[in-house]
Each structure stands twice: as structure tokens, then as C-alpha cells.
Design a protein around this ligand. Sequence first.
Ligand code: ADP
Ligand code: MG
Length: 577
Amino acid sequence: MPIQVLSPDLVSKIAAGEVIERPASVVKELIENSLDAGASQITVEVRGGGITLLRVTDNGCGIPAGEVDVAFQRHATSKITSLEDLEKISSLGFRGEALPSIASVSLVELFTQTADDAAGAFLSLKGGEVIERMARGRPRGATITVRNLFYNVPARRKFLKSWATESSHISAVVSEYALAYPEVRFTLYIESRVSLRTPGSGSLRDAAVELYGLELAQELIEIAPNDQDVSPKVGGLIGPPQAARSNRGYMSFFLNRRWIRSPVLAYAVEEAYHGLLMTGRHPVAILNITLDPTEVDVNVHPTKAEVRFRNEHIVFAAAQKAVRAALVARMPVPQMEVPAAAPLKLSPLPIQGVLKASPSGDDNSVDSLFPSPTSHIRPPTSQIPILRVLGQVSNCYIIAEGPEGVYLIDQHAAHERVLFEKVHSQRARQQVEEQGLLEPFVLEVSPQQQDILNAEVDNLKAYGFALEPFGDKSFLVRSIPAVLATSSKNSGQGLAEALKEIADALAEGRRTGWEERIEASLACHGAVKAGQSLDPEEMRELVRLLEKAAMPRTCPHGRPTMVHLSASQLEKEFGRR
Ligand code: ADP
Ligand code: MG
């Protein structure tokens, strides 16, 4: 093919592909425009997962009637005029790409009025071309309606997921902006029901109540603002360690009020919790970072979701320090007492093959905590010998004797392992034991959890959960996996916790490993707890099941289930050898 210049239409579709990946990207761009326009109320309406219809209405400054056409031209912006402006940018937008990109792949209507114009303007576009225009009045602000997204890009349309999944992405976007701008009242309608509504009171905690629920929001710890003049300034709210989650979806970062993805900041926060969280748990954190705009390049990513810091290590250190300080102020950090001379060295059994889960965090990937799909081929396991139960210590450990010495078994971890393998094999045979509830249980969830649970009803059914939508942000739980039913404490709260954890695991994406996470979560919530006293028969039963397990020496999270004190170690310690 000879070299030739692409047609403007093709160029604009290619460019749109970068900015508009899915309905949630449209919502992000339109919300950013509303915020840049100084809106104090932003309403988002979604139909058909945002593919059929997306509408964002604001009460911002509006677009002058004389400028509505140019707003849809590529690289048309009212926000910068020079490179210096870009270097000290305070608006969210500046590329002038969102409106033309959206318009080139959908049917768009704009209805807007400014305070100065006598009449507002209505404009309708198809594939980027104006097809209708009218003068029409309305209160100050702008409404942009986007219909039939990707109608002319079938390839992109094919990549879209179910309505429920696309809606859950949208609700994630709206949630992030609601946290970034607590002074703005956000309302999100999904398929005509209110999915999210924030008060716009200006208080971050108030916004968090709507998104995370009252219980968690109340627990959040405020990061005391550091010295006013120091840059970077770090503020926000963080969760206490016990509120940690099974995924990173509860960490939100805002840089100069721009929502950003930042592995560096995520790492800084996790470092600040070092030693306070179990492996596989992630903190809740909403971090607002204020930095001199010249210290950061926001123009490195088409959707501006990633930024480049001039001094990354300074930002990292400031975030880590601020979070740690807030945590320490709230609680004494537990310290390991190291006795002057340790008489006994109890060694955890070697963990063979899989699951080297180091709490020091040098492997940060969630998925690494679970066997990868290929590891279903079990490594040669270190079976444990037949054990004789001697008793229980601290209502927490089972002490048992075997041919090779003494074993201390963590009752919770051991039971988790047993249940994990049980659920896993039941699921593999599509025979997960289900337990109907005599009284259905009402589960209250966040908008995001609601969307994901709705989308995954079938998957959940396969694991024994029968869920029915029950009004706004609740479900009626009619049956649960039998592994949860057997543990007496799982009446209400444990069950709710398990389901929310599962929703979060699902929300994190359908990457490999989420089945294991559901299974691990069921095992964790179904297992006996530390502190629960067990009678000898229960202990014998648990140990018998553990002996039969395929990987008896670690719990599903990779922690040891037992500590072994060998006969020869005992002999040595007592000077017999
Ligand atoms: P950018 O935000 O990068 O400037 P956009 O394509 O998103 O580019 O928007 C183009 C211009 O249209 C903006 O610069 C702004 O002047 C105007 N605009 C877009 N949306 C709104 C809105 N909701 N209210 C007021 N003005 C808007
Ligand atoms: Mg914009």
C-alpha cells in the first residue's frame, strides 16, 4: 500500500479509541468537564450499561451559545492557551479531545446555557457532524446526552461487557469523583434507580458514608494535615488495620484533586501499614495530595489517569509518613518482644512447592497468594503423619503428638485449609452443598457491590448463594454454601462480611484467581475462629480432616497451619543428646 494521509473521520475515530475505551470513560470525561465548569451538582444517568444512554447534567458555567460548535472540534479548549499554562494547570481537562472523541463514536446532544446568554443552545450531532441546532432556554449549566455508544465502531462494541459490568465501572468512576469533590452533590441513576447519592456537604467523611457505609466511614482515621507550607501536602482518611479489605479497590488517590492511578502511592500506603495487616489484606485509604503543579507532569497519559512526578521518592515518602503517623497516633504499633535468650526454636514446617507468602511484602500481587491456574497440578505434597490430639492451648492451638515429635496446630488456619479444599473440589464437580435459610437474610451493600452481585448472580449460585435483589442496595439471601452454615456464628454479620468480601473479589476483575479468592473467603468465614474452645472430639475430627488434605501445611493464604517440634529437637533442648 502506498503511504497516504488518513481521512479526518478515521483519524478522529482512532484518536477517540484512546480516550474512550468504554462507557465509564465517557462518564469520566463528562464529569471532569462539569467539575471544570464549577458545578456544585452533577447528575449521571445510565441506561443499558451506558451503551444505550449516558447523560450528565450539571449546574456549572455552561457553554456560550456562540461556542457550542467549536467545543466539538478537536483540540478545542477554553482551559489553556500556552505551554506555560499547562505547566501550572489547575483544571482537569486541557487536551480538548473529550467532546470530539465522544461525538465521533456516538449520537450526542448538548443543551446548555450560560448566565450571560439570553437563550441557551441545543445541539445534536451524529458521528461528529451537527445535524440539528436550536435556541432554547434552561437554567445555567450543561447537559450532555450520549446515545448508542460505538454504534459506528463495531469492534469496540464487541469488547464491551454486560450492562451490569459496564454500570459497575461507571459507578466506580462516579464514586471516585464523589470522594475527590465532597462539596459537589453527585447523583447516579442506573437503569432509573438511584445507585449513588452524595450530600455535597464538603465533608469527605460524609461522602465516604454514602460510598462505604456508615460503619466503615465512622472508623476511618483522619490524616492530620501536615505543615501548611510543605509540599507535598497529604490529607485524607484511612482505615484502621482491622478494616482492611481483600483487594486494593478501597485505595483512592487524588493529586491536586485529580483522580489518579498510582502504583507508587499504593505501595507507599501499604508500606505504612507494614506489620499491621495480614498477607492478602489491603488498607482502606483516601489520599489527597497537594503538590506544586510544576512538580508533576499530568500530560503523560491519554486519559490523564496516570501522572509523572518530578521527585517520585519525595511523594512516596510524604505519603508513607503521613499515613504511618495517622496510624501510630491512633494505636500503639505492636512490637515483637524478643526474649533475651530464646530457649526453644520452634520451626514452621517447610512449605513445599507453592505459596511462599511473605508478609514482608516483597511480592505485592494479590494473585500470587493463591496457586496460579497451572498450580492446580499439585506439587508433591508433604503429607502429615497420623496425629494423636493431646489438648487445646489458649483456645487457639491444638497440641498433638506424632511419630516425629510434637505439633502445634493453628485451629483456624487448619480448618480454613480443610474447608478450602472441600469447597474447591465441590465446585469442580459443580456440587457445592447449599443450605437453604429458614429466614432469608437481608444483605445491605454499597452501590458497587450491588452492581457486581447483580452481574454475578449465576457465579454466586454455583457457590451456593441464592441472592435476590431486594429494594435499593439490598439483597435477600435465601441460601448459603453449607460450609458457612455449619459454623454457628454465621448468622448475620459473618455472612454479610463474607458476601461483601466476595463482591469485592469479583469487582476487582475477572482475572485469574478470583475463584480461589471466593473459595478462600468461604473457608475463612466458615472456619472455627481462634479463641473458640473445642472439645476433644471436634479437635480429633479437625486433625483427621487435615491429615487427608492435599496441602495440609498451609492455610489458603499461605500461612503455616502448624509448627513442629521434632523429637530430636526436644532431646537436644533437654540435654539428652
Ligand atoms: P477540555 O476539557 O480538554 O478543554 P473537552 O473536549 O472536554 O476539552 O471540552 C471542550 C470545551 O468545552 C472545554 O474546554 C469547555 O470550555 C467546554 N465544556 C465542555 N463541557 C462543559 C460543561 N459541562 N460546562 C461548561 N463548559 C464545558
Ligand atoms: Mg474535558
